[in-house]
Design a protein around this ligand. Sequence first.
Ligand code: ATP
Length: 235
Amino acid sequence: MLKVEGLSVHYGGIHALQGIGLEVPDGSIVSLIGANGAGKSTTLRSVVGLVKPTAGTVSWNGETLTGLPTREIVKRGVCLVPEGRRVFPNLTVDENLTLGAYSRSDKAGIAADRKKVFGFFPRLEERAKQKAGTLSGGEQQMLAVGRALMTRPKILMMDEPSLGLAPLVVKMIFGIVRAINQEGVTVLLIEQNAKAALEIADHGYVLETGRIILQGPGKELLADDRVRSAYLGEA
Ligand code: ATP
């Protein structure tokens, strides 16, 4: 299980995370929702060591991750799909996937995982030789997820996978998230699309200006009046 306890982050004078705690049990999907600037990306970036917290700890199966370099954290199976589909635009789809597996040497396993990625995303297989920069936004998001899967993650953390995508593509991406989870990968999802994120989640957390203000099973949060008025656009 991934456990975040008392996590605080300061950016200069900005107290972006103010002692948050959350748990992601093995095999579950947990969603963290919140408005722009609430601290969602900061949370994920702290978990993988890209941001140094000023207080608090992150642990994974009992081992403290806080203070470890990012590559060591990724090696333990904790992987982040960053916001904005950061694929390498001048490399092909195939080359981007190969880079995802750069720290691995098990050729057979890598080939099997590539096949699995193409199983999730047949569109990527059709475009294996195409430069990633010429893919559509949705295809680039598929590639970003596919590349993360090539690290063979135990927990996949996704930063706004639905951002800027058409509704049908969003639906497809969420379908894949569920399928990835059913294959045994734990998922921590952050989203502004609160409805889709809570529908898919076993458990949800609501982050507001650096604090967790509400948590509960995804379905309960969907029915919560505060969530409905602030995040689902309902009266
Ligand atoms: P969004 O949905 O808009 O991506 P978010 O919930 O992911 O928002 P964060 O990106 O974590 O929010 O930002 C939290 C706060 O920290 C914001 O006020 C942001 O301006 C600030 N912040 C984030 N990164 C930095 C940085 N590198 N330097 C200074 N301030 C930062």
